[in-house]
Design a protein around this ligand. Structure first.
Ligand code: TYM
Length: 346
């Protein structure tokens, strides 16, 4: 890897949401469009992560390709050699490095992960897989194999990114410099601007994040939602009884979330959007503006999605996976030599 690497992945376990779009896809696609000459941009589909919780395996293949289509519809260029688009399971080094890192990670360390605690509480002990428990380790391998310094993720993945830094530092202090750690979250925020460490909330229950694995989907805007249906979801978003629009996530989580979504859709600073609506008492009028902008955004996004050429996509997978394997195997060999699994180079 001669250029600094920007990397992110979005799990292929359901249709993606506005939260995925603004938290991870948009920041990396913008970098890919504007700065792919200075950086290598890795956008990948973490297909091994897809079934940490139970899924319908008969549709996984379709979902993997659909995820890649969504990245392209969001603007990911396919004709630049500095941009890689690959499927995680086509690069076996991810699994191999995970095993090695597993053996240097404490059970307690993984048990403290909030995502694990939340998800395992939801699905019940007897259905919690070991995969759900140690998926942050696979995520660390995804990042460390490519020496990726910049990793745009939503706020829910912050702890996993911090773990990635810890395990890299731990291994480096025991074995010498084998890994490049990703930058601390604050530095990443500076690099990506405000969109990093973002948490779009569920429209119905604005105290929890908008999640693609939500069962009802009522408070979730999916990128493939019919724009009219999405507009209705916005119109029926939970608000409060204050009858005054303000950005105040603690006191007015529903309204604040809608302001955040509008700011992101318009690519305007949040305080500017807040100023435009501040104190407005008709929540119906306020919601109408956002509903219309969400619908317009989805209409354009879905037109882009229709236009994606699957053959081109498959060719990009092939090219990218060859390069990803070369780069990942070079890092894996470095680690294998360090831990004594391979003879050291002279
Ligand atoms: P996943 O698939 O759950 O989510 C993909 C990305 O979307 C972000 N995100 C959100 N951002 C803002 N608001 C929300 N409501 C919201 N919901 C989801 C997530 O933070 C994430 O950035 N483990 C990762 C996938 C992964 C990965 C990696 C990411 C695997 N390996 C290596 C970066 C680097 C995950 O489960 O994301």
């Amino acid at each position: 890897m001669t250029k600094p690497v920007i990397l992110t992945g979005v799990r292929a376990n359901n249709e993606l949401t506005l939260g995925n779009y603004f938290g991870a896809i948009k920041p990396i696609v913008e970098m890919a469009k504007e700065r792919a000459d200075e950086y290598q941009v890795n956008m990948f589909i973490p297909d091994l992560h897809s079934f940490t919780t139970p899924i319908d395996h008969s549709v996984l293949q379709q979902q993997i390709v659909q995820n890649a289509r969504l990245f392209v519809a969001a603007g990911l260029p396919l004709d630049n050699d500095n941009i890689l688009l690959y499927r995680q399971s086509y690069v076996p080094a991810h699994s191999e490095l995970t095993w090695i890192l597993d053996c240097f990670t404490g059970v307690g360390e993984m048990g403290r992960m909030i995502e694990y605690k939340d998800k395992s509480a939801k699905i019940g002990d007897d259905r919690v897989s070991v995969g759900l428990f140690n998926y942050p380790i696979l995520m660390a391998a995804d990042i460390l194999l490519y020496d990726a310094e910049y990793v745009p993720v939503g706020d829910d993945q912050r702890q996993h990114l911090e773990y990635t830094r810890h395990i890299a530092e731990r291994m480096n202090s025991q074995f010498g410099d084998i890994f490049t750690a990703p930058l601390p979250v604050e530095k990443q925020q500076e690099f990506f601007g405000k969109g990093q460490a973002l948490r779009i909330m569920d429209l119905q229950s604005p105290s929890k994040k908008m999640s693609k694995s939500d069962d009802t989907g009522k408070g979730v805007v999916f990128l493939t939602d019919d724009p009219t249906v999405a507009a209705k979801k916005v119109m029926s978003a939970t608000t409060d009884d204050k009858a005054s629009v303000n950005y105040d996530p603690a006191e007015q989580p529903g309204i604040s979330n809608l302001l955040q979504i509008l700011a992101l859709l318009r690519a305007e600073p949040l305080d500017q959007v807040e100023l435009e609506f501040k104190g407005q008492s008709s929540y119906g009028d306020f919601k109408r503006v956002i509903a219309d902008e969400v619908a317009a955004f989805l209409t354009e996004f879905q037109a882009n999605l229709e236009a994606v050429d699957d053959n081109k996509l498959l060719a990009v997978f092939d090219r990218s996976e060859t390069i990803a394997n070369e780069q990942a195997n070079a890092t894996l060999l470095r680690v294998q030599q360090a831990v004594g699994l391979r003879p050291k180079a002279d």
